[in-house]
Design a protein around this ligand. Structure first.
Ligand code: H2B
Length: 98
């Protein structure tokens, strides 16, 4: 259920309430950059997200350079976006604070 690929309209609706996230041009993933005050805050964020990702069994494609964390989400098994991506994106926004 959670790993069923969402349709374009469902993706659009979910994104409407997800501050900062943008849909890739191919419609298969969403991305957001999080910028923190320093490396320590960026890494603390990544640690919290890592624990949430393990619990959800759903993992981000991401990279970190100093105080910036670039995230891309999609569901590899489904070849696109699912509810799990929206759930993880929402959790990241909550940890980030917007
Ligand atoms: N994360 C993401 N982003 N997509 C997946 O399809 C996925 C995952 N599959 N984490 C999970 C793990 C799967 O490999 C395990 C076996 O449930």
């Amino acid at each position: 259920m959670a790993r069923e690929k969402l349709g374009a309209a469902e993706v659009k609706e979910a994104l409407a309430s997800l501050e900062g996230w943008a849909l890739a041009s191919d419609g298969l993933s969403i991305a957001r950059s999080f910028v923190f005050r320093n490396f320590s805050e960026a890494f603390a964020f990544m640690t919290r997200v890592a624990m949430a990702a393990e619990k959800l069994d759903h993992h981000p494609d991401w990279s970190n350079v100093y105080k910036t964390v670039d995230v891309k989400l999609n569901t590899h098994d489904a070849g696109g976006l699912t509810e799990l991506d929206m759930k993880l994106a929402k959790r990241m926004n909550a940890y980030f604070g917007s």
